[in-house]
Design a protein around this ligand. Structure first.
Ligand code: HEM
Length: 532
């Protein structure tokens, strides 16, 4: 009584401060309500069909899905025998699947939409809309596929082969005669330049400073896709600002080059001129270049690096691969042996690169099987349907982690071992099940860039195998005690075209982004040039 009679509001309790207090009360009430709701949910049966729903806080679940995706999916499958489980990311429901029936449904079901799968769940792509420029059909898969196929046909690959080899040669000369380098930097640089060469124009591909600047912008975009940025896309934090600035710079840089090309008197055979010649607007051409370069670089970069790491770690395969390249040169190279290695390789016809390198084909396939354990995505855009006795609702996202098949010991003997011989006649382990190998996709959406990716990997490998002796060593130049193992949580989602570059997984521990670098001890190549 006395208290209330004598009590006066201190100054701090002004109307403004009371307003703040109310907001605070409201916020804590909401938090409490959320906690009660989620605790209550822990004891509810799974709400949807017969698919097991993961318990726990959606934010925590989503965080692990973005930061350690492979561990997240494989870990939950390990904990139960069921062929699927369901969880929430933001407001979206995601169903993870495994097993042969699920794989068939994932790759073959028409209502499982490819672009929606990548686009919405990973909305950090640098798109022109992000900097307020309107484009049409920018998420139209058939538009991209048609253009990729036009640009990457046999005739164009034949035309481009000498320039690709020249690019690689110039960079390799820069390495010197003897030394040590980080393949996850130097080989990536090669792949980046080759992708720019194939998919844009010589102004961008010829100039080292421009290439470095473009590459820097791409990695800046990747770095801006932290789990926080992906989970709270509206949050005006530094990551969002960085992404906007990098997107603008990247688009402007390429836009200016394309505009200048438009005014050139004679069109060249560069991708930019081919696309402009087909009547595409500058904006469309720029969008195409930005997206496809990245789609090319990440997967081709990872596969090139790891194929060489595995070859250097398996002498038997190194010997076989070197012999294959040397006999290809013997058989097809039509220039004098006094010419540079790059010039001699450039005279080998594309058909021979494609059909007469069975050892490298098996090495690439095996590298993809062992390293490529990404989670592929789709979204069910039509009616609900059943798979493995579970109901996929309309609007659900569907996730399939490729390790389910690629690292399955019932399909592949010693699945973690690098053994390209497993595809030989008589063994053919990949044929044991439907879609037993999905490194280039399968069913409705096979990779349209496969031919160029394989050519780039083989060109780099041929230059390394015929031009150098090389070993995998640790940071002290000592032979590695163990064969390096890729960080499976640091492996990019495969189809960067529609989510790029925000589709990547930001490795919270190392800060690296989707390069699938080795876990633990980094590895290097110690090399000596043997043929110029
Ligand atoms: C080693 C390099 C590459 C690998 C391992 C790879 C792998 C894949 C895989 C697994 C898919 C299917 C994804 C899914 O089903 O969700 C795919 C699709 C695709 N890839 Fe690649 N890819 C590579 C290089 C490239 C390159 C260089 C390009 C373009 C220049 C490219 C363009 C595409 C496109 C456009 C699709 C979607 C096809 C569609 O819409 O049906 N890829 N890729």
């Amino acid at each position: 009584m006395l208290l209330s009679a004598t009590f006066t509001f201190p100054e701090a309790f002004s109307a403004e401060a009371l307003g703040d207090l109310n907001v605070l009360k409201l916020a804590s009430t909401l938090c409490l309500a959320l906690v009660v709701f989620y605790v209550y949910r822990l004891f509810l049966p799974s709400p949807k069909g017969s698919i097991r729903q993961l318990r726990g806080f959606p934010v925590a679940t989503a965080w692990t899905f973005f930061s350690k995706r492979t561990d997240f999916i494989l870990g939950h499958f390990k904990a139960s025998a069921a062929p699927h489980f369901r969880f929430q990311v933001l407001q979206h429901q995601v169903v993870a699947l495994r097993g042969e029936e699920a794989r068939k449904a994932f790759f073959d079901t028409k209502s499982l939409n490819f672009t929606e799968g990548y686009k919405i769940l990973f909305g950090a792509a640098p798109r022109l809309q992000d900097i307020a420029i309107n484009t049409h059909n920018s998420d139209d898969a058939s538009w991209f596929n048609k253009h990729i196929l036009t640009l990457l046909g046999k005739r164009r690959l034949t035309e481009m082969l000498p320039s690709l080899l020249d690019d690689v040669n110039v960079r390799m000369i820069g390495w010197g005669k003897k030394g040590c380098f980080d393949p996850f930097k130097n080989i990536y640089d090669l792949v980046f330049q080759m992708s720019v060469r194939m998919l844009s124009c010589s102004e961008l591909a010829n100039d080292r400073a421009t290439l470095d600047e473009l590459q820097k912008l791409y990695w800046q975009l990747e770095k801006s896709s932290t789990p926080t940025a992906l989970l709270l896309p509206w949050f005006p934090g530094p990551a969002k600002r960085r992404k906007r600035t990098a997107t603008k710079e990247l688009f402007t840089k390429i836009y200016d080059v394309v505009e200048a090309r438009k005014k050139a008197a004679i069109p060249s055979s560069d991708a930019v001129d081919v696309l402009l010649g087909q009547g595409d607007s500058t904006t469309k051409v720029v969008e195409f270049i930005v997206r496809t370069i990245f789609a090319g670089v990440v997967n081709t970069g990872i596969t090139s690096c790891w194929a060489l790491v595995y070859l250097a770690s398996h002498e038997e395969w190194m010997v076989k691969a070197k012999a294959e390249v040397n006999s290809l040169i013997e058989k097809h190279a039509s220039t004098l042996s006094t010419e540079s290695l790059a010039k001699r390789l450039a005279t080998i016809p594309i058909s021979a690169w494609e059909d007469e390198m069975p050892v490298m084909e098996a090495v690439i396939r095996e590298t993809l099987r062992v390293t490529f354990t990404s989670t592929l995505l789709r979204r069910n855009v039509v009616d609900e349907f059943n798979v493995s006795n579970g109901t996929i609702q309309q609007g659900d996202f569907v996730a399939y982690n490729v390790a389910d098949v690629h690292l399955n010991s019932e399909i592949y003997t010693n699945p973690y071992e690098f053994d390209p011989g497993r595809y030989d006649p008589g063994r053919e382990e990949d044929k044991k099940t439907t879609f037993g190998f999905v490194g280039w996709g399968a069913g409705r959406h096979p990779c349209t860039g496969m031919k160029v990716a394989k050519l780039e990997i083989k060109v780099i490998a041929a230059m390394m195998l015929a031009g150098f002796d090389f070993d995998v060593v640790d940071r002290n130049g000592q032979q590695m005690m163990k064969i390096p193992v890729p960080d499976r949580n640091d492996i990019h989602q495969v189809c960067s075209l529609y989510s790029l570059p925000g589709f990547g997984l930001y490795n919270l521990t190392t800060g690296s982004i989707g390069q699938a670098r080795p876990v633990g001890e980094p590895c290097f190549f110690q090399f000596e040039r043997i043929v110029d």
